[in-house]
Each structure stands twice: as structure tokens, then as C-alpha cells.
Design a protein around this ligand. Sequence first.
Ligand code: SAH
Length: 345
Amino acid sequence: MDKNFLIDKLHNDKNLNDEELRFLIEDDSSDDYLFEIADKIRKEHYGTDVYLRGLIEFTNYCRNNCYYCGIRRDNKNVDRYRLTKEEIMLCCEEGRALGYRTFVLQGGEDMSYKDEDMCDIIRTIRAKYPDCAITLSIGERSYDSYKAYFDAGANRYLLRHETANEEHYARLHPAELSLKNRKECLYNLKKIGYQIGTGFMVGSPYQTTDNIIEDIRFMQDLMPDMIGIGPYLRHADTPFADMENGSYKLTLRLIAMLRLFFPYALIPATTALGTINPTGREQGLKAGANVIMPNLSPVSVRKLYTLYDNKICLGDESAACRNCLEVRVKSAGYQIADSRGDVKR
Ligand code: SAH
């Protein structure tokens, strides 16, 4: 098969069969042409704008035991913390001053934040920052809970599906977690009216090319507004401590392919990508990504929200992160936008 021909075909009609997709995912020859086309598409839809999302990691308590994740319930080496509403509001204040117009509240599945607590936090942010988007990333909850958060003022929700294959899902998660429920959550969020984001780890343990093809097929059905992918990275205190990290090159290639499949999508150059390679996020932007999610958590808790080892930006003040990104984004040939950065369908 001819790689450039397939890239053009993907660009023109998105109608690749599984064999063609497999070839594009696995072929290790130069991705320069793929990146060039992905960048062209990105510029057609979003120009050279890069959107920042201030990430507030507000709790590292989690009821789940995902085999890959450093803050899994059974990891007794984690110092657990929770931010109060006041602490969260201070993060938002700092973020707004730095020009961020999206706040992402991310955490483990910490049920000590009841629906009324989440709604109170969301309502308070909504009232103080009417021009900002509020994104939640707090895992699986009921339809009614999601609806309550939406009515309180949340606009977006990030929930990676992790893998669209049942067997693979069962190798990454304990039996009490199901792909069926995760997918149902995503369709519920969409129905309620959230802008939704999903995604998966590249090179998670036992992942095959067929799994990645299934991930793409699933997302073609879901049509998410945002797609987050990053390399799987090991964490020493998990059952997967001895597993290989995901591939940097494959992550970049998949970012570019996702840009071709989903031209309108908001695609972050993730922290995991910046962790596996010092200029990974810049390369991610050049491969079709258009979002970066700088850390807005208080420096005192940053090292406690460790999903994987060697995470970057642990010691930096939020303002330093902002300045650092300004330079990095510029060096890649783009600029930070000051708009909210909603999806452009
Ligand atoms: N509890 C929330 C937030 C999870 S953290 C939820 O369930 O959605 C956000 C994402 O980090 C996860 O969805 C997962 O894809 C990613 N992640 C977790 N552990 C990781 C690891 N070891 N390497 C790379 N990414 C990881």
C-alpha cells in the first residue's frame, strides 16, 4: 500500500477500511506528509490558535482500582488530598488572571463530593466567571448527577473511554468497571448537552492495532467534540509497574490521523506527551493538536496527583507554566488564543 495515497484518501473521504487503517497505524516510515496535511486541516478550522485549559486537580481520592493509574484505591503510598471550594476558587482566580477561559475540574472518583457539593462549586464558579467554560472530569456518575452539574453551569465533560474493546477493557480494569457503563456515561453526557471529550492511552498494556481501529470506529459513532490521547506511562506502584511505556512516535501519528478523521475536534497536546519527550507538546501541536492543559493546581498538592511517574511541571507556579507555554507555543509556530475555545463544528 502507498502511504501518501492513503493519507490523501483519509483526507478526502475519511473512508478507510480496516486494512488501510492498520497500514497507516503500523507503517513506521516518515510521517512528515501526514503531519503536513493534519496541520493544513487544523489551520483551515482553527487557524494557528492554541486554546489553554486550566487544569485543577482537586482530589486524588479514588474509589476505583484501574491497573494503570497511580492514584488507584489500593495504592497506599499516595498522600491523599482534597481541595475545598475556597481553594478551588483561588485556583480559578489565578487562572483567570493568567488569561485562562476554561477551568477543568479533574479528580479521582471521590464520592465525598456529593452532587450538592459539586453543584455548589460549579454554581460559584459560574457566577463569578460567566464568560468562562467549566469542564468536569470526575469519572462515571449517574444521568441525574450529570444533569444536575449541567444545570448548575458546567459546559463540558472529559471522560476517556480508555479502550473500545471489551476484552482489552477487562485487562485494564477490575471486574466492577465496565466498558458498557463508560460508553453509556458518554452518550448520557452528550444527550444532556455537554461538549464531550473522550480518548485513550496509546500503548496501554495489551493494546493491539485492532484495538486502536476499534477506538477510531467508536469515536466515529460518538463524534466527540474533544479527543485526548497520550502515551501510557508506567507508575511504579501499580500492577502494571513493569509494563513498557507507550510509543511517542505512534502518539504523534495518531494525533495527526485523528485530526484527519475529526477536522473540527479539539485535540490536546497532553501532559503525558510532554512527559515522554521534552518537546512532545510542541510536536503534538505540529501534528494537529490545538489545545494545551496547563496545571492550575496549588503547587503544594501537584506531586500528589501522580497518575504516572516523572510527570512534568510539578514544581512550577501556575504563572511560570503560563510563561513557559507562551514560548513553547510560539516556537512551534502557533499562538495562544484568548477566546473560550469552543468546538467549531
Ligand atoms: N477519574 C477521572 C479522571 C481520570 S485521569 C476519570 O475516570 O475520567 C485522566 C486520564 O489520565 C485517564 O482517563 C487516563 O486515560 C489517563 N491516565 C491514567 N493513568 C495513566 C498512565 N499511567 N499513563 C498515562 N495516562 C494515564
